[in-house]
Design a protein around this ligand. Structure first.
Ligand code: BG6
Length: 510
């Protein structure tokens, strides 16, 4: 009997549940709401396909696309084909339903289509935030999400009656400030259980981002250095070459802080600086991230003026969808402190922008200078701080910079890097972030998804300077030319604090 249960669990037919075992289906329905959009074509569908190719989906899976555009199944498949080649077997699993987002009947039609296969339901909401409430209310009313039948199943999201689970993946933005995020959360929690809600931040699915925790907590040599005794300052940089592309209407209401700092940059920061979690469980990790976010020092009426800077690229006002009198920032740099035992006194810099010189996402941990510089006469210009650099993209890897002697009779020093490079070490394809996150949602693993309190704390921090920017029409918005690293003023901004942006440190090497 025991062997039979083990086999059934292994094959996914039985799920341990409390003191008994319930039957769960091996059929997976993936429902994409907002299926005609860019995200579905560029990210979601290719990720599902790669999971299928890697045999990570159950044999019996079905995909239903739902959105407003009138299309046949074939029309939908053809549209998807413009981005990636899908094989015949995969395409035969795809159906498409068109309907109005605000019309309950459309969801009933969707519900009937899903019922054909019964089984588990993963619902991906790839829709703009302004229709999120309507869509989720209708999803709930049309019973697209199977609700749990009793208290006991709260942690597994299985429906006791059928053994099937339903989970919803939410794309950002999750609110536009603290109040709206809290409000939205209450709204969703009235419709669904928290364990069914998967708030995605695709940065957390990136291989190198996941490796932060492994690097920090599976190696013994870094932890003793990971504090204000040894770390001088931290820089996180999310630069993009692209402008706002065709997303003017969205971006002009958001700006770079809401677009990437409130979520991606603060998520990177929390993984880099949080305390070790007590286990690798989703909530243990998220508890530590929340604690970290809670300890970020908020800006006040004085600090926001000196410790933040914003910019906009030349030509932004001419982009489609941008308001003529827009004050939206496409570049921002901020300096702040983490107010806790480990990090007190260590400044953190975050810099992000569009239309910059390159696409680079990196975090730099700068170590303190030596107490006594033995080599200052030999290499006066080479006193670069040691750094650990996390390269999230491109050229994913982790690097340690040190000073070394150049071989030869002279005593010359030069900075060198000790590299861990994904390509060289593993020589295999790095899975796309969406693949990993979809698989985790299917497997009921919430560790790489954001909990509601993380979102709230991140907004609380960002609001403390963003609201002040918005209420102060005199606060400068510096222009920069596309292809630069940001406005010129960013250099004086950081130099005042005795630091340089990473690019400038790199220049010192030459
Ligand atoms: C998205 C932002 O969340 O992240 C975009 O909305 C940004 O503006 C993108 O371009 C960056 O993601 P990645 O994975 O390309 O670095």
């Amino acid at each position: 009997m025991l062997i039979l249960i083990v086999v059934l669990i292994e094959t996914g037919f039985f799920i341990p549940f409390g003191s008994r075992h319930i039957k769960t289906s091996n059929t997976l329905n993936i429902i994409i709401v907002g299926a005609s959009g860019d995200l579905t074509q560029r990210k979601i569908m290719p990720a599902i396909y790669d999971l299928y190719k890697d045999k990570l989906l159950p044999d019996d899976f079905h995909i239903v696309g739902f959105s407003r555009t009138q299309m046949t199944d074939d029309g939908f498949i053809k549209k998807l084909g413009a981005f990636k080649d899908y094989d015949q077997n995969f395409c035969s699993r795809i159906e498409y339903i068109s309907g109005e987002y605000s019309n309950l009947d459309s969801y009933k039609k969707l519900g009937e289509t899903i019922l054909k296969h019964d089984g588990n339901r993963l619902i991906y909401l790839a829709i703009p935030p302004d229709i999120l409430r309507d869509v989720t209310a209708n999803i709930s009313k049309a019973h697209i999400v199977t609700q749990c039948a009793c208290e006991e199943d709260k942690t597994n999201s299985y429906c006791v009656k059928t053994g099937n689970w339903s989970r919803l993946i939410f794309e950002k933005p999750f609110g536009t400030d603290t109040d709206s995020a809290v409000d939205l959360n209450y709204y969703l929690q009235a419709l669904f259980d928290e364990h069914q809600i998967y708030r995605i931040d695709h940065f957390l699915g990136k291989e190198t981002v996941q490796n932060i925790m492994i690097f920090r907590f599976a190696n013994s040599i870094f932890e003793p250095l990971w504090n204000n005794h040894y770390v001088d300052h931290i820089e996180i940089n999310i630069s993009e070459e692209v402008k706002i592309q065709s997303r003017g209407a969205y971006f002009d209401n958001a700006g770079i802080v809401r677009d990437v700092i409130q979520n991606h940059a603060l998520q990177l920061l929390s993984l880099l600086t949080m305390e070790p979690p007590i286990s690798f469980d989703a909530d243990a990790i998220r508890d530590e991230k929340v604690k970290l976010l809670k300890s970020l020092a908020l800006y006040d009426e004085n600090t926001y003026k000196d410790h933040t800077i914003r910019g906009v690229y030349h030509g932004y006002l001419q982009e489609t969808g941008v308001k003529q009198d827009s004050k939206t920032e496409t570049f921002a740099a901020i300096r702040f402190f983490i107010q806790n035992w480990r990090w007190a006194g260590v400044p953190v810099y975050i810099r992000a922008g569009k239309a910059l010189a390159s696409k680079t996402t990196q975090a730099h941990i700068y170590f303190k200078e030596l107490p006594h510089k033995l080599f200052k006469n030999i290499a006066p210009d080479r006193n670069l701080p040691n750094q650990i650099i996390f390269k999230f993209q491109p050229h994913e890897g982790i690097h340690l910079t040190c000073l070394s002697k150049i071989p030869g009779k002279n005593f010359e020093l030069v900075p060198v890097e000790m590299d861990f490079n994904y390509q060289m070490n593993f020589n295999s394809r790095l899975p796309d972030a969406y693949e990993r996150l979809l698989l985790d949602a299917i497997n009921n693993d919430l560790s790489l998804f954001i909990r509601h309190d993380e979102i709230k704390e991140a907004w609380r921090f960002v609001d403390s300077f963003l609201k002040r920017w918005e209420n102060n029409s005199q606060f400068p918005l510096y222009e920069y030319n596309p292809g630069q690293n940001g406005p010129e003023q960013m250099h004086t901004f950081i130099k005042r604090f005795g630091h340089l942006w990473n690019k400038e440190y790199c220049r010192l090497k030459i």
